[in-house]
Design a protein around this ligand. Structure first.
Ligand SMILES: [Ca+2]
Ligand SMILES: [Ca+2]
Ligand SMILES: [Ca+2]
Length: 698
């Protein structure tokens, strides 16, 4: 049965086929626009299932990086070169920014396709088309690239009106970033917590401050096992790529930078289970008892009453600090932690590498963080542990190409109520944050764990003067969080999230709002949503779009797997308020326990198709406000009413073992080979067509 949606698609293909000069059917499908045209209208249409693919076989994309090869592009005839093209390479992706002279496409309906090839290759392959962000600018990304490799990139314009822009092009060449290797040091400066002198050797270790003062480009500072009760140190020197300044924990050691005051305080009963003392530095924001953070109450009466859901806590007034522990326990018999430093290190230099260190208890005053990267570039944090800090790593200013990888970030507040955390106001930071403004580009956050926070982290600044962020967030795991796995909230242009795991959190990926765009969410697995404690009884949002903080640009959701699992949670859910130009989803699994889909903000454009839709309970498949029947019981009813999901599949997804988070599709899964081929996104799939969901199984 052909509905009007499919009819519109065929009309578009027909027009383009008639007007293109010798282009193949593939070109026509691409030109038909996987991305919407002017104003982000939800008419971005792609069709054909897997049948428009040549079935090329490559390495399956499973969330990690693959170097799959797509079919060669037949560009048809090329017109004149036009405008400018800027590229920005990260390890595995590349930002593409194409600009036109003003007035070339007055009615804003041209499309910018992008092709790419490794330098010197004969054939171009297609990338995912660029997104129009204003009258003269198109922005997009290339994925699954190899590090340290040169690419030729070509943008081809297609304008349905013909004219000089149609078939015009722009090209440029750039390299992806080479992987980081740490060269052998020219000198090792060994330090210990009790070290002294200036020898800085294994036999005669010096103090950390001595080594940091002496370190030059090419040196390493090696921290021996133990606790370093230090902080607010500034690292202003720079290394180079060939000779970085490395600060690392000795092999096998647990070198701990500790922001807590090592003093033992005398606690005096103030009655009612409250005990007080005087600390050495004013306004600590982080106290803990037996390693559990205490809630920071804002006044003595609230502390006395434990007004935040009876959560044990403290109240700081200058250097006067009171605590109220569980059961009114005397803190003299408890291992107490009182922060006395705002930070461990502020890094203003470049090529400073921090490896295999533990950071804990940094939380004095406002905006505390273990590591502060302020205008520093090309720095590395690798294999570190961040345990109960107000923030692990804060980034601000002209700080670009910093890499945070293989590290573990945690706190102890996942059990606090949503409302109590929000009321306090300074407990939502998580593992990594960009302060405003952050104008640097190319931050890469990969292979980390973020857990027991409210939000796992945030990867977009509120403001940025850069035309694009070029931030990559991949292969991370966020879990046990009171709110979001990751906040992609703020100024987010060319921000890419792929291959991440989000589970046991209230929400997965927050896109609320993504100012600018485009933002790409590819092959993420989001499960066990709806965790956390809220007085309001919030249920989960695998993707969060609602915001009153601004307008979102284009959001692309490809090949994500959502399996809510917890009772009463949707597979996909849109709440109000919020506005966006484009929300485009293909090849995702949206499996809920309540509904597969729910939309309480139907004023905004959505374009969804080829998704696997399922709800395990007995409620309606879809809840969609604004329809004559807002509770479509079947996919056919929903598609008839909305034109969405004409190629969607309503069936149990057939995961191998969702209880153990194995979302591989079983042999009998109805989602195998039922996805849409999307150039630049799922080249190299197995079988007859891409599988729906995060894992290409067959
Ligand atoms: Ca036009
Ligand atoms: Ca949040
Ligand atoms: Ca397949």
């Amino acid at each position: 049965m052909m509905n009007s949606f499919q009819g519109l698609f065929l009309v578009l293909v027909g027009i383009l086929a008639a007007t293109s000069c010798g282009g193949s059917a593939k070109k026509d499908l691409r030109d038909a626009g996987l991305v919407a045209g002017a104003g982000g209208a939800s008419g971005g249409i792609a069709g054909g299932g897997g049948s428009d693919s040549d079935g090329s076989v490559g390495v399956p994309a499973t969330g990690g990086v693959t170097a799959a090869t797509g079919p060669a592009v037949d560009a048809g005839s090329l017109g004149a070169s036009v405008g400018t093209l800027a590229l920005y390479g990260t390890f595995h992706a590349m930002g593409v920014i194409a600009s036109l002279p003003a007035g070339m496409d007055g009615n804003l309906n041209a499309v910018a396709n992008v092709d790419y090839r490794t330098g010197g290759s004969a054939d171009y392959m297609a990338g995912f088309p660029l997104t129009r962000v204003d009258a003269t600018t198109f922005i997009g990304s290339l994925f699954w690239l190899a590090p340290g490799t040169g690419y030729d990139v070509r943008v081809r314009y297609s304008d349905p009106d013909g004219g000089s822009l149609d078939e015009a092009w722009a090209s440029a060449t750039a390299s992806t970033r080479a992987e980081i290797t740490i060269p052998s040091p020219s000198r090792s400066l060994v330090v210990s917590p009790t070290g002294g002198g200036s020898t800085c050797s294994t036999a005669a270790p010096c103090a950390l401050s001595q080594a940091l003062g002496a370190a030059q480009a090419g040196d390493e500072v090696v921290l021996s096992d133990g606790v370093y009760s230090q902080g607010e140190l500034t690292l202003s020197k720079s290394g180079t790529q060939a000779a970085p300044i490395v600060m690392r924990g000795a092999s096998g050691a647990n070198a701990i930078l500790d922001g807590a005051d090592p003093a033992t305080f005398t606690w005096t009963s103030q009655g009612g289970g409250v005990y007080g003392t005087t600390v050495n530095r004013a306004s600590p924001h982080l106290l803990a008892a037996d390693g559990q953070r205490l809630y920071p109450y804002s006044d003595a009466a609230s502390l006395s009453a434990l007004s935040a859901s009876s959560t044990p806590g403290f109240y700081a007034n200058g250097t006067s600090v009171s605590v109220h522990l569980a059961g009114g326990a005397n803190p003299s018999g408890v291992a107490m932690t009182v922060s006395r430093f705002n930070s461990a290190f502020t890094i203003t230099g470049s090529f400073v590498y921090i490896v295999n260190l533990t950071f804990r208890n940094y939380g004095l005053g406002d905006y505390a963080k273990a590591i502060y990267i302020r205008d520093g570039n090309d720095n590395l944090v690798r294999g570190c542990r961040f345990i109960t800090n107000d923030l692990g790593i804060g980034i601000k200013g002209n700080a670009g190409r910093n890499v945070i990888e293989q590290s573990d970030f945690s706190d102890t507040i996942a059990g606090w109520t949503w409302e109590d955390v929000k009321a306090e106001g300074n407990l939502e930071t998580g593992g990594v944050r960009f302060y405003s403004p952050t104008d640097g580009r190319g931050t890469v956050i990969r292979g980390n764990k973020f857990h027991n926070f409210f939000d796992g982290l945030g990867i977009c600044p509120g403001d940025s003067a850069a035309q694009s962020n070029e931030t990559d967030f991949y292969d991370n795991e966020s879990y046990e969080l009171g709110d979001d796995g990751v906040e992609t909230d703020g100024q987010c242009v060319n921000v890419r999230l792929w291959g991440n795991l989000f589970h046991d959190s209230l929400s997965g990926i927050s896109l609320a709002p993504v100012m600018g765009g485009p933002v790409y969410c590819l092959r993420n697995r989001i499960y066990l949503t709806g965790a956390g404690v809220s007085q309001a009884g919030y249920t989960g949002l695998p993707f969060k779009f609602n915001s009153s903080d601004g307008d979102s640009g284009a959001i692309f959701l490809f090949h994500n797997t959502v399996d809510a699992q917890r009772a009463g949670n949707d597979g996909f859910r849109i709440l109000g308020p919020g506005t966006w130009t484009q929300l485009f989803a293909r090849n995702n699994v949206f499996a809920g326990t309540l509904h597969a889909l729910e939309n309480a903000n139907p004023s905004q454009p959505v374009d969804m198709d080829y998704d696997g839709l399922w709800r395990s309970g007995s409620d309606y498949l879809v809840r969609w406000d604004g329809l004559a029947n807002p509770r479509p019981a079947t996919l056919a009813d929903y598609t008839a009413a909305t034109r969405q999901e004409a190629h969607g599949i309503s069936a149990a997804p057939g995961f191998i073992s969702p209880d153990t988070a194995d979302f591989t599709l079983g042999a009998a899964s109805p989602l195998v080979d039922r996805g849409l081929y999307i150039p630049g996104i799922n080249d190299g799939y197995q079988g007859a067509a891409p599988d729906i969901g995060a894992i290409e199984s067959q």
